[in-house]
Design a protein around this ligand. Sequence first.
Ligand SMILES: C[S@@+](CC[C@H](N)C(=O)[O-])C[C@H]1O[C@@H](n2cnc3c(N)ncnc32)[C@H](O)[C@@H]1O
Length: 515
Amino acid sequence: MSLFLVSARPSFPLFTCHASTALSPHPSSPSPPPSSQTLSLTPSSSVQSPLTCALHCPHFQSCSGCTHEFNLHHPIVVDEATNFFKKYGVSDFTFDSCKLWGWRCRAKLAVRGSSSDPLIGLYEEGTHNVVDIPDCKAHHPNINAAVDLLKRGISEVEVQPYDEDEGTGDLRYVQMAVTTYNTSLPAAERYKNGKVQVTLVWNSRNEKSAGSDKLNALTNFLWRNGGPRSNFHLIHSVWTNFQTSTNNVIFGNRWRHLLGERDFWEHVGGIDVSLAPSSFGQANTRAFNILLRKLQKYVPYGASVVDLYAGAGVIGLSLAATRKCRQRSVKCIEINKESKLSFEKTVERLPATIESSITWHNADASREPLSWLVGSDVIVIDPPRKGLDASLIDILQNISSIERKVMSSSESSNSRAKEEKRPWVLRSKEASVQIGSKTPLENSPQSLPQTLIYISCGWERFKEDCKALLSSKAWHLEKAHGFNFFPGTQSIEVLAVFKRGPQKEKSGKKKKKRL
Ligand SMILES: C[S@@+](CC[C@H](N)C(=O)[O-])C[C@H]1O[C@@H](n2cnc3c(N)ncnc32)[C@H](O)[C@@H]1O
């Protein structure tokens, strides 16, 4: 039996980000990549300083992951975003270039090929042919190291990669997630020493099905060669997900923890966050942290917050901890029930001084969205790429008239509590988690949010939703920021802050003092 021992740590790619108009694909004297840079954008600033930050990835063009090779720090869409926000009253849009290489801490990769020559990577554009990407420059280097180890395990144990046409084979996909939070290391060393939580998506119904001996053998191989007793401790834990469906959905419903630490912790937005492999997690940990820090500034101390499309509630909980949503409430609404456990674990590590009533509800934000908004000062929305559900846009567009109706009906009914009968509301209440015994203190329990914070990963859809909100005159844009969540692509993450009411006229004259 040949044993592969990973003896050397993979090094970080060293590429240049230099001020020059010439493109230099093979820099002669590489310098470390910039960690992060915030650009205050005016069209002229980007013309005057055409920094050239190239991807230098051997898989570029064959792999569908990256679409842009140069100027990673400044995707072209940033100029469009700058003009877009200017048109709607925000002339100080900023863009944070974040980390340009080795930023991806969470990757879902297809496994194809043969046991002697496995391919682990992404589909070629428009096909189901998998492109092997062992030297991906977007991946955290330890994801590439774990992929390399996995390939060796597949060959040694003779695991059959999945054959999509036949529906045969053992291993369909792998999810690799890196935790960069290890308090036993100095803070500066934590990122590069990230450990990988590996989830093997196995083509069988459960652990009793034929082929489970190979699953165990592969898991043991990974642990022996990448676990705490190996030369290079790379693997945080190994999980499996059982999936036999012939559709394109990556994960099935059965998850099993096999080896290593069960809990996976990360530290973002000022709090420790637990993320199970089944829960949504942001791929770019560093950039997400930068976004959360910016977001916190727009939430007044002591505000009540509703976090829609909340995943494991990272945004809501980070606000509860840092904005002291004291004696008020934080509500998190999420459709994926798998995120509940991660939410509960994260809450366990929140500072004991937090006094807010914190709840997580397993519910569809598009069904009766008004019921979640009532009593909150701030609404945070972080939908998937497809944007906001029509029912939510409708409520947000008509929020002022709805608020008047809600207020007057609550006065006339004189707080007579109606018995809740709607089945989806009852279901979401059953599946909810309430933290803290305090009933939230609400000055005006029937009021609706005055601040709307929209976080978007889908620029095209964001523009549509933004125009719909502004056209109603129910909201105006106050601030907007962009973050380079996906360097190498034209996708950016946007944080837009809206306030209630139409845009106030900006006049050059000084305000008259009130007498
Ligand atoms: C972009 S993620 C954001 C998650 C979270 N805010 C975070 O940053 O970790 C979008 C989330 O919306 C959830 N989602 C999608 N449709 C939903 C719906 N109709 N109602 C509630 N949640 C939904 C997804 O399951 C996913 O967790």
